[in-house]
Ligand binder design. Structure first.
Ligand code: 0RA
Length: 666
């Protein structure tokens, strides 16, 4: 990946943590043509729908179509249906989408679009509705000038959802009538029937994901909610709601400001330096929108989208934006004699929140995860719109211009200081004769993919860990106390913190402009702290550091959190370790409470090296949580709230989550 895309564009929700290893990993047939009861009313030519193939392939290799069969793929089903409704909105025919998570874990998506056509497809002699639901890529629904493939990451269509659902019911209101059809695992279960009259129009899809396909079938409200919010931001005015019938939670998203509201949302808990700026341009073959706003933090947060797809890997739209920014600010600063240093691309993005959204007729998606926009003509388009728009803005707002340029100059100087600090550390370690920190107990193995490092809280736990580990492939780095809160400092200050320099040196990747993941010395970086408030704080500080300065480590799945046991339960000669509060109760019920000896571990230091190996270090028996970032907006929000400079959002966050914290800290 290009370095320019690394800092701001994270993998798509919260800082969620997936379990790994020995835990639950979080890690065509054509139907025989029959005569249909529905008459062709001529309002829609079903023959426009192009058919590519049946659904058996989807059931055989689901991951190829929806990415995975884990919880992620499960949520993809919802996005796939919603994206079809959003396409109707993009074509100007739909204003509202409602999503329900039902008590039986089925999903219902209701839109007020045109409704899927029901007339007879001439080639198949079947209702178009059936073809759309049972054939792959039954396209052809798009008018000229509308943008297709708003479709989820894979853009595979609602037929894939049908293939991967044990049951699906689709209801269409169209031309004054209501129609319904039912499917099971992609096959027709109930023929199309008319239910009566209606003067409304739209499509309702309700589906029950197939538990033969998915490892998990329970939907997460927050995950779905944040993607729906994103879609509402990206499609100005469109009303999208979600209701969880399991507990009554509900959200309604509708933003007349579109991505300008998105930028306000990103900066919600930050201190902005100006009003959000907004540029837009619409031409036949594309529609471009950009919004940006600087805040007083040191982080950049740029999100780019093409046809509503989060282009995590960036691409030509992002490149055009960055080029324009650097040139425009340098020109402005020069003209107004504001600067004594040259501002580089990173300097002018310090404290920037921005959203770039382009909708175009034929997007080309490239890159490892097909989330990089390839259309080369887009770069120049974005560059020229941002250049002229920003120029005008700066001329009209000299006070803001001066303030942000001064910030950039400070950033440029700090960058220079950071470079010197880095050189100094390098020379210092060279002088010491070894480039590795003295506190690191390294492992013997040299192949990084086999190596892991435990970053451990405190010297005493570090000592047990050093004795208990398998020194062949496990290294230990004890940290003394808390590391610096990186959320509140620039890089050069961060590099003056000894604990942080130790971590960087041990990992081998360097940092900032020189960060190089190829040099990572351990493919598993395991944070191991006591299960108390201090431990949680240290974990949080380390995660903030990795997230802000080495996001690739998290994106590539190198960061883990160790799960030491909370209790040891002994009865007679047998003993068990318990890792969760809830499990303790279950265990005791299972073995009976007579003659049970219960030990609560307050810290890692209470375990001897053997116990530590058995419970927390041994890859065959331990539990690790893998740190992933599914939603960069939510992750940024959490780190800003927890570690940033505003007190009020943090107070509110802690108050809102007080119940959970209480449970954690019994
Ligand atoms: C095929 C053709 C047309 C619309 C749709 C499919 C359609 C699919 C879904 C899925 C969820 N909601 C949907 N809404 C519409 C075009 C219809 C026309 O030209 O009238």
């Amino acid at each position: 990946m290009e370095p320019e895309n690394t800092e701001s564009q994270q993998n798509p929700e919260e800082q969620t943590q997936e379990k790994q290893e020995n835990t639950q990993e979080i890690n065509v047939e054509t139907p025989t043509p029959q005569k249909s009861p529905v008459l062709n009313d001529g309002s829609y030519k079903a023959e426009k729908i192009q058919v590519l193939g049946g659904l058996d392939a989807v059931r055989k290799r689901p991951a190829m179509y929806i990415g995975s069969t884990s919880i992620r793929g499960l949520h993809h089903l919802v996005y796939e249906v919603v994206d079809n409704s959003v396409d109707e909105a993009l074509a100007g025919h739909c204003t509202e989408i409602k999503v329900f998570i039902n008590e039986d874990n089925s999903i219902k998506v209701i839109d007020n679009g045109r409704g899927i056509p029901v007339d007879i497809h001439p080639k198949f002699n079947r209702p178009a509705l059936e073809i759309v639901l049972t054939k792959l890529h039954a396209g052809g629904k798009f008018d000229k000038g509308s943008y297709k493939v708003s479709g989820g990451l894979h853009g595979v269509g609602v037929s894939c959802v049908n293939a991967l659902s044990k049951k699906l019911i689709v209801t269409v209101k169209r031309d004054g009538r209501i129609y319904e059809m039912e499917f099971e695992r992609g096959k027709v279960a109930k023929e199309i029937k008319e239910l009566g009259d209606s003067d409304e129009q739209g499509t309702t899809v309700q589906f029950w994901p197939d538990n033969e396909i998915f490892t998990e079938t329970v939907f997460n409200f927050d995950t779905l909610s944040s993607r729906l919010r994103e879609l509402a931001f990206l499609n100005k005015g469109l009303k999208i709601s979600i209701k969880d019938e399991r507990d009554g939670k509900e959200n309604v998203f509708q933003y007349e400001g579109g991505i300008l509201s998105f930028v306000e949302h990103i900066n919600k808990n930050k201190t902005p330096l100006c009003e959000p700026i907004y540029f837009t341009k619409e031409k036949g073959e594309y529609e471009l929108e950009i919004s940006m706003q600087y805040n007083n933090s040191y982080q950049e947060n740029i999100f780019s989208f093409a046809n509503n797809i989060n282009t995590i890997e960036g691409g030509s739209h992002l490149a055009g934006f960055k080029t324009a920014l650097t040139r425009t600010f340098n020109n402005y600063a020069e003209k107004n004699k504001l600067k004594d240093v040259k501002l580089n691309s990173e300097d002018v993005r310090e404290g920037l929140a921005a959203v770039i959204s382009i909708k175009l007729a034929e997007p080309q998606f490239e890159g490892q995860t097909k989330t990089k926009l390839g259309n080369s003509e887009v770069k120049g388009i974005v560059d020229s719109i941002v250049s002229s728009g920003l120029n005008t803005y700066l001329e009209e707002n000299p006070r803001v211009a001066k303030q942000v340029v001064e910030k950039f100059i400070t950033a440029a100087k700090a960058r220079e200081a950071a470079r010197k600090a880095r050189d100094l550390t390098r020379r210092k370690s060279a002088l010491e004769g070894s480039s590795l920190p003295g506190k690191l107990a390294d492992c013997q193995e040299r192949d990084a993919s086999k190596c892991e490092v435990f970053i451990v809280e405190g010297d005493s736990a570090g000592g047990s860990c050093k004795q208990g580990r398998d020194r062949k492939f496990q290294a230990v780095l004890p940290l003394r106390g808390k590391i610096l809160n990186v959320e509140k400092s620039r890089l050069h200050k961060i590099l003056s913190s000894q604990e942080i320099v130790t971590v960087i040196t041990a990992l081998g990747t360097s940092i900032g402009e020189e960060f190089n993941i190829e040099k990572l010395r351990y493919h598993r970086i395991i944070i191991m702290t006591d299960a108390d408030v201090d431990g949680a704080h240290i974990t949080c500080l380390l995660l903030t550091f990795f997230y802000r300065y080495m996001p690739k480590l998290i994106e590539n799945g190198h960061v883990y959190i160790a799960q030491p046991p909370l209790f040891k339960v002994k009865k007679g000669k047998q003993q068990w370790y318990v890792y969760k509060e809830e499990e303790l109760f279950k265990k005791i019920k299972e073995i009976g409470k007579e003659n049970v000896n219960l030990q609560r571990y307050k810290g890692l230091g209470e375990m001897n090296p053997d116990q530590l190996w058995d419970t927390t270090l041994d890859p065959d028996t331990r539990i690790l949580k893998k740190v992933t970032i599914e939603d960069a907006v939510a992750a940024d929000e959490i780190f800003t709230i927890l570690m940033g400079d505003q007190v009020e959002p943090r107070r509110k966050f802690i108050e809102d989550h007080a119940k959970e914290v209480k449970n954690l800290d019994v």
